[in-house]
Design a protein around this ligand. Structure first.
Ligand code: DAH
Length: 341
């Protein structure tokens, strides 16, 4: 009798060795402890068929075996749970000493970088930086700037009109008027910002671009002040050895007006690809503020005079960085922009 149970016990422990997961454990439990077809249950059923004197002893042994199997299964269950937990720990371990992935850092746009440099130069000369509206009335866009009715600059073929009287400004010169209305002379301001013109985009034109306007109004301001200021600006931006020249030109809001060039900083004026062989690079327009402009904001031209200038930031950026198509500045292709980080 005992022999049978010893064999069953040995068989159980042999089977138990190969249990590697909870499914196998359930199968093992069913095989031995299952109520209907479990091997131990089968032994228990035999108790009734034994000779009376053997029953008690056999019954006790079967129960003992049942308890032993039960507790071994509980032990295996616990063991499996521990193994699962520690393998999960292993799998999900985080190595905090591994180098992290660096987030990509943004940076300022080349136009912004250049605008900031320009601002620094003029701020160092005592100018303040002003902002002005990009949508503007005809008064600020044209009338106050001495641009007469019927002037081509007012033409809707050149200017983006929003309504009959409102247009996207085609130059930063509108800020001259706002500044003089806001403050009394002496007045020294620059106004960098966007301007809009109905141009077909090509390598040197974009319907939106950047200018910086300058305005200096005080008693006894002369053309010499204008020349000295732009000469100093060129020296600080491009190099101390460079020269400027002023070519007479016409802009309705200045008298006299001049276009300003500076000697090429690449070839020092001898002629190269950058200055297209001329030795000079165009900087922008300038002149002495027209008396009508001063009158339009109630400043007495007999008492005050001033100079103004307007420079193209995009063209300066294109030259400075060797960009041969200014549209690249507005396409926001990171492969292009990354070069200015
Ligand atoms: N507003 C002119 C333009 O967009 C540039 C300019 C010329 C501005 C002469 C000025 C100036 O202040 O005095 O072409």
């Amino acid at each position: 009798m005992e022999e049978r149970l010893n064999d069953l016990r040995a068989q159980f422990f042999e089977d138990a060795k190969s249990v590697a997961d909870t499914d196998a454990l359930t199968a093992l439990r069913d095989k031995y402890l299952g109520r209907k077809s479990g091997l131990i249950a089968a032994e228990k059923k035999r108790v009734g068929s034994l000779a009376p004197q053997a029953r008690a002893e056999f019954g006790r042994l079967v129960n003992e075996l049942g308890d032993e199997v039960e507790s071994e299964i509980a032990r295996i269950k616990e063991h499996l749970a521990e193994a699962a937990a520690s393998s999960a720990l292993e799998r999900e371990r985080i190595d905090v000493t591994l180098p992290g992935t660096r987030p990509r850092r943004g940076h300022l746009h080349p136009i912004t970088l250049l605008r900031q440099r320009i601002e620094d130069v003029f701020v160092s000369m005592g100018y303040s930086v002003e902002d002005g509206p990009e949508i503007e009335t005809s008064f600020y866009n044209f009338d106050a700037l001495n641009i007469p009715p019927g002037h081509p600059a007012r033409d809707s073929a050149d200017t983006f009109y929003v309504s009959k009287d409102l247009a996207l400004r085609s130059q930063t010169s509108n800020v001259q008027i706002h500044s003089m209305q806001r403050r009394q002379p002496p007045l020294r301001v620059i106004a960098p910002g966007r301007v809009f013109r109905r141009d077909t985009p090509d390598p040197t034109h974009n319907p939106m671009f950047f200018q910086v306007e300058g305005l200096n109004v005080d008693r006894n301001i002369t053309l010499a002040d204008l020349k000295g200021t732009l000469q100093k600006f060129v020296e600080m931006m491009y190099g101390a050895n460079l020269k400027t020249r002023f070519r007479p030109s016409y802009f309705p809001f200045v008298e006299p007006g001049a276009e300003v060039d500076f000697s090429c900083y690449v070839c020092d004026g001898t002629g190269c690809r950058v200055c297209k062989g001329s030795g000079w690079i165009e900087l922008g327009g300038s002149g002495m503020v027209h008396p009508n402009v001063l009158l339009s904001v109630g400043i007495d031209p007999e008492e005050f005079s001033g100079f103004a200038f307007g420079l193209g930031i995009d063209r300066m950026a294109a030259l400075m960085y060797g960009i041969d198509d200014i549209r690249l500045l507005y396409e926001n292709d990171v492969r292009f922009l990354e070069q200015f980080a």
